[in-house]
Design a protein around this ligand. Sequence first.
Ligand code: FES
Length: 132
Amino acid sequence: MPADTTHPLATKRLVIGHLTVCQGCCCGNTENGRPPVAVEWLKKEWRSRGLLKRVQLTISGCLGPCDLPNVVTVSNESGTQWFGEITEFEQYRDLVDWASRSRDARELLPLPKEFQRHTLHPFRQFDSRADR
Ligand code: FES
């Protein structure tokens, strides 16, 4: 196999997808009146369901679109989907159930339909005009 000179580094830690959950200056900042993020529950469920090695879970600092807390992203080789206003505990439970089903299916399955109305336009957070 010829060497890939464009991407010379490759990790051995392969996952089917990556869920990033924002907990930053706004997302999960209950002291500022923002909805909570079920971080500790998510970590516990991810461990107890054996998801760690198949679906990456990252709790991040601010991802950018703070006006739509709570923000999560779902990534795989096809790209990244962004979601905002994930404010209900049931939505985090749905994410864990979805990750479990995806692990069993060995691929990222579509998120539950309920998440469609929380989809953020991926490029509407960028504005290259410097005068704004
Ligand atoms: S704190 Fe979550 S997007 Fe900024």
